[in-house]
Design a binder for this molecule. Structure first.
Ligand code: CUA
Length: 318
């Protein structure tokens, strides 16, 4: 098992996630060094232990252990050699960490908003996207991140990049992807019952494709309910089914036009105004059987076009 792991680590760390930045490769090297240093130390200590156990085994009742007080040279060696290894690991780790925390001045900035339980992104020109972060290859990217509710943590294993996302303040993270491709973004801090589903895709594309994407309206040529379906997939699907089954919140299937009973016993008809209010101010009218405060507000998160789209999409779900 151990040997298999080591062979894997020797062969460019294939048991690690793919390394898609220079920093990720440096992290792999340090990790490989730690693994080898630990393995060699383990062999020396355990091997020595077994060897001496046999060599100095008590042979007879009168066998006496020789009186040994100390050995300066040996003691120096087993203190100084580990000291050198630890200092090397410290300096090496510090160098990588300082590179991780030194933000390039020419980085392309993207704002990241975390909210239970999705990620949304906004670019300098106002272009927004949800559930998918598109960035150009070979360009330093700086993420300026905040949360609208609780602590989350932004994590891209392929970049070995991870940073807490905190309500009420900004935190930042940078990376420079080397290859085009699709990578997984995780939330890596427990933030409630759908934490494990708080995912997003990171797409690294060519500069031309990125510029084109950045300049173009994502909803061009789409019908209202198609806009709504995109928003649904990125922002609503984690808590709302498209059928009538309850998840965290009610299913959207057959919701429109139904009469619901609120917590206070009052009745309400699910129409456009009720849906809009429930998106913008979710705690205003809670349906009986659901706890308050589960759903975050989407005020300021979705454009008018997107809100209307979601409502039109819900209408199509029977
Ligand atoms: Cu957000 Cu875990």
């Amino acid at each position: 098992m151990m040997w298999w792991l080591l062979m894997q680590s020797a062969q460019a760390n294939t048991f690690m996630p793919p390394a898609a930045t220079d920093i990720a490769e440096r992290v792999n090297s340090l990790y490989g060094f730690l693994l080898w240093a630990s393995f060699i130390s383990c062999v020396l200590v355990i091997g020595g232990f077994i060897y001496f156990a046999f060599k100095y085994k008590r042979r007879s009742e009168n066998d006496k252990t020789a009186y040994i007080s100390h050995n300066n040279f040996l003691e120096f060696l087993w203190s100084f050699v580990p000291f050198l290894i630890f200092m090397a690991v410290f300096v090496w780790g510090w160098a990588i960490y300082s590179q991780m925390r030194t933000f390039p001045e020419d980085a392309l900035e993207v704002h990241v908003q975390a909210q239970k339980w999705s990620w949304s992104f906004e670019y300098k020109n106002g272009r927004k996207s949800s559930g998918e972060l598109l960035i150009p290859v070979n360009t330093p990217i700086k993420l300026v991140m905040t949360s609208s509710d609780v602590l989350h943590s932004f994590y891209v294993p392929a970049f070995r990049a991870k940073q807490d996302v905190v309500p009420g303040r900004y935190t930042a993270l940078w990376f420079k992807p080397k290859y085009k491709g699709e990578y997984q973004i995780f939330c890596t801090e427990y933030c409630g019952e759908q934490h494990s589903g708080m995912l997003a895709k990171l797409k690294v594309v060519s500069r031309e494709e990125f510029d084109d994407w950045l300049a173009n309206d994502p909803y061009k040529g789409l019908a209202m309910e198609e806009v709504g379906q995109k928003i649904y997939t990125a922002r609503c699907a984690i808590c709302h089914h498209t059928n009538d089954q309850k998840l965290v919140g009610p299913g959207f299937g057959g919701l429109f036009g139904r009469e619901e009973t609120l917590q206070g016993g009052e009745k309400v008809m699910v129409d456009e105004n009720y849906l809009r209010e429930s998106i913008m101010n979710p705690n205003a009218k809670i349906v009986a059987g659901y706890p308050s405060g589960q759903m975050p507000t989407f005020a300021g998160q979705l454009s008018e076009q997107e809100i209307t789209g979601v409502i039109e999409y819900i209408k199509t779900l029977k």
